[in-house]
Design a binder for this molecule. Structure first.
Ligand SMILES: O=c1[nH]cnc2c1ncn2[C@@H]1O[C@H](COP(=O)(O)OP(=O)(O)O)[C@@H](O)[C@H]1O
Ligand SMILES: [Ca+2]
Length: 504
């Protein structure tokens, strides 16, 4: 039986066009999505590097930073990728053999060479900033200080990096760059306060840096102040203006402060044997008078040159603190308020981050978090009165030089903060002791590099640039919407007219 054949169904022209258009439409979308997926691969990130050497009074550290080139002007984008501690003392200690100052940096510079990819070496800037140890050497003998700097520059120029500068930074720079570093790392420059009708600078954290030879205090005071302009620096960062107070006290780093203390006590005692309440009972130390008086901080106390001085500890925190109070002279202030030694200081305001030796000492004493002023005093009392033999037994892994000085250093920090700067039981809670922020060390070097490489813009970019992914996504969306509009237009507007006119 033959199968009945119905009339052959004809596909109309309109349907054919619709099918072709639909097919092309789907093909277009598939093509667009393919492009979006393929193109949305992360472009190989162009990472930049920078090296800063912190030539401190006690030692030099080499910091290697990196950041994605295309986000250069964002805040919080620069990361510390390496820190290398140079063996031996700070560069200012090589005044008798200046060539060795440069040689001492070789190991860490070789480390930097390994950490940074070879193809980036020649574009990596290198900066060396020397702090209070070199400031003191320069005061003593500027020619030798110059030779030390030339020696380190000679070494740094041997490396395949882009050598930029090697200099002694001022105490003001050290304070200001420390403040920029920590606020950049904390993301405090991020806030877009200029959206408001009136401009209001974002809240920043004060910076307290304690070194071996100097100490810095830097913060934005509550009110605008027109006293002592030398203590103020004006910064325009990311669209905000900051009027920053800063002061650096030379000779008030913890190592020089100890020297001053001993030299002053020896002068009063007029003896080459000295009992000192800032060392634990049973601690005995011989120091060379020539070495003690070699610093400009102690030069005015010179006595017993050529002899050796015997120091024995008596471990009495209260006496130790009383003893050091005359280093913080509260008289003779010619401003509305002073910290000490006639230096202007506005009222403390906001939170403070204390780093470097502030952190090392407070960390050893277990006082970095959740402690108050009375706990700190209790801890000092207990630690200072512990016999030296017991201290050594309790902390066998800690370098004897540091361990023997923690009673002095802790008491010194307490006196500097309380008597010197004016912290008290009420605002002690605003003090935070830290070593690192988000993986990078809290140190002035980052702020120094950000400034020298012009990485902090004065103004906020008008609109944030579109990321690659958003660009591709928007393109797909735009094409999809356009194609749909054309299709809908054809179906509802053009097609009925064509049918009417018998075109299809
Ligand atoms: O682990 C530690 N415990 C105690 N003190 C430390 C430790 N590590 C470093 N320090 C001290 O930190 C201080 C760092 O000072 P730096 O060398 O930066 O001098 P500067 O900033 O005055 O030029 C020195 O007094 C050094 O002895
Ligand atoms: Ca330092």
């Amino acid at each position: 039986m033959e199968e009945a054949k119905g009339p052959k169904q004809k596909i109309s022209w309109s349907k054919r066009v619709l099918i072709v258009l639909g097919f092309l439409f789907i093909l277009g979308i598939v093509a667009l999505i393919t492009v979006a997926v393929v193109q949305n691969k992360h472009l190989p990130e162009n990472t930049k590097y920078g090296i800063v050497l912190d030539a401190g009074s006690s030692h030099t550290s080499v910091y290697v930073y990196s950041w994605p080139a295309e986000k250069e002007n964002d805040t919080g984008i620069v990361q510390q990728v390496e820190v290398c501690k140079v063996d031996g003392p700070g560069i200012s200690s090589y005044s008798n053999d200046v060539e060795k100052a440069g040689l001492s940096l070789q190991n860490c510079m070789n480390t930097a060479k390994k950490v940074i990819p070879k193809n980036k070496h020649k574009d990596t800037p290198v900066y060396l900033g020397a702090t209070a140890g070199m400031r003191l050497l320069s005061l003593n003998n500027s020619e030798i200080a110059e030779k030390v700097l030339l020696s380190v520059e000679k070494t740094l120029r041997l490396y395949p990096f882009d050598f930029q500068s090697c200099r002694i930074i001022t105490g003001q720079e050290e304070g200001a760059y420390g403040w920029i570093s920590i606020n950049y790392m904390l993301g405090n420059f991020n806030q877009r306060s200029s959206w408001m009708l009136f401009e209001q600078a974002s809240v920043t954290t004060g910076a307290l840096d304690l070194g071996g030879a100097s100490t810095q205090i830097t913060f934005v005071p509550k009110n605008n102040i027109d006293e002592s302009p030398d203590n103020f620096l004006l910064f325009r960062l990311y669209g905000n203006t900051y009027n920053v107070y800063t002061h650096s006290f030379l000779c008030y780093g913890k190592d020089q402060a100890l020297r001053v203390r001993l030299a002053s006590d020896i002068k009063v005692a007029r003896s080459t044997t000295l009992q000192n309440p800032c060392f634990n009972v049973g601690y005995v130390k011989n120091i060379s008078a020539d070495d003690l008086y070699s610093s400009p901080c102690t030069a005015s106390y010179k006595l017993f040159l050529g002899s050796s001085i015997l120091v024995t500890g008596s471990g009495d925190y209260q006496q130790c603190q009383q003893n050091m109070q005359d280093m913080f002279d509260k008289a003779d202030c010619f401003y509305s308020r002073c910290s000490f030694n006639g230096i202007f200081q506005p009222e403390l305001s906001g939170e403070f981050g204390a780093f470097s030796a502030f952190y090392f000492v407070m960390n050893f004493l277990n006082l970095t978090s959740g402690s108050d002023l009375s706990k700190m005093k209790e801890t000092m009392k207990e630690f200072c009165s512990t016999p030296w033999e017991t201290v050594k037994e309790n902390f066998p892994d800690i370098k004897e030089k540091y361990l023997s000085e923690y009673c002095f250093s802790g008491t010194y920090i307490l006196t500097l903060l309380e008597l010197g700067y004016g912290f008290n039981s009420e605002n002690w809670g605003n003090l935070y002791f830290f070593r690192k922020i988000k993986g990078s060390d809290a140190v002035w070097t980052l702020g120094y590099m950000l400034n020298l490489t012009n990485m902090i813009p004065a103004e906020l970019p008008l609109s944030p640039p579109l990321s690659h992914a958003s660009y591709v996504g928007l393109m797909v969306l735009f094409s999809f919407v356009s194609a749909s509009v054309v299709l809908i237009g054809w179906l509802y507007f053009w097609k009925p007219r064509c049918l009417q006119k018998g075109i299809i």
